[in-house]
Write a protein that binds this ligand. Sequence first.
Ligand code: ACO
Length: 325
Amino acid sequence: MKRAVIIGTGSALPQRVLSNFDLEGMVETSDEWITARTGIKTRHIAGVGEETSQLAAGAARQALAMAELEPDDLDLIVVGTITPDMTMPSCACLVQKELGARRAFAMDVNAACSGFLYALDMADKYICRNPGWKILVIGAETLSSRVDWQDRNTCVLFGDGAGACVVTGAEGSRGYLASRLFADGTLWELLHLEGAPGHNPELRPNVNTDPSIMMYGREVFRHAIRAMADAVSRVLADQGVRPAELSLVIPHQANIRIIRSLAEHLALPLEKVYVNVDKYGNTSAATVPIALDEANRQGMLKTGDLLLLCSFGGGFTWGASLIRW
Ligand code: ACO
């Protein structure tokens, strides 16, 4: 059986960097608080020409170049995002236009911070049926457009960016081995982002007219650790893999304390856990593919290595995937 193999990665970040010290001048906070409670030092904030689709296309071009493919080689584009440029068309359609990937069909996946993991899992399922396909999988967000910049509880946490990979089918032991994906919509209120109220007063009459991201941080924190640890344990057990056999773990980058706690649960040394939350903050669906691209370009991934990805986000949605590089 052929599996989905990652043959190219890429990432793109907005030019503008916003530091904790910059935030000190915007809300009542401090570099000390943000660093101690989250591990974040800086984040990138999108400006003109850096819409979600543009960042996504930038990351995609790098991934295509590494894969030595042209846009017309693509069969499918899937973008994990909760901040598409517009509701319709999808961000994926705009990326298709931007790249000139005329043969590819295109769609978005809305699974918040787990968007990239969900999208990659879909790509693997398409590859199983169509091993010759070339699929572009992207996680891209501009959450800066959806945070309340006067709410210190949330505005210090998020950043913008995009990461991408190209997958195709290959014979052998390499590739996407397994995944465990989950959702629990009963807990949606703990972390949500309302849409525009719309023109039918009968539908969601109390909806906020200026929706910003809403998060009960402490609750989300608790669920995130438990859920990710559970998903990871299950996917490892499914494959009979011990945590010590993992070469690298790329977790969702929301908070260094969550990442450390996860490493402790797995009895993994922190050196095996990729961390860049200090530079970019929480870029939602983009955290995992940006980190994947960085690790790949730094030569941290060798053929045959076991790589674990895991994520947790609004929905709630969460999961873990195991890949042999
Ligand atoms: N600066 C200074 N003080 C602050 C700030 C700030 N930026 N933000 C909150 N505080 C204060 C609070 O008001 C509170 O004060 P009080 O005790 O007087 O009420 C105090 O700091 C502690 O607040 P907590 O919320 O308890 O702080 P906590 O240690 O839980 O850290 C945080 C908050 C960073 C949000 C943490 O809970 C967290 O990371 N949660 C998980 C986030 C996450 O994983 N999200 C993933 C998905 S995101 C997605 O899907 C898009």
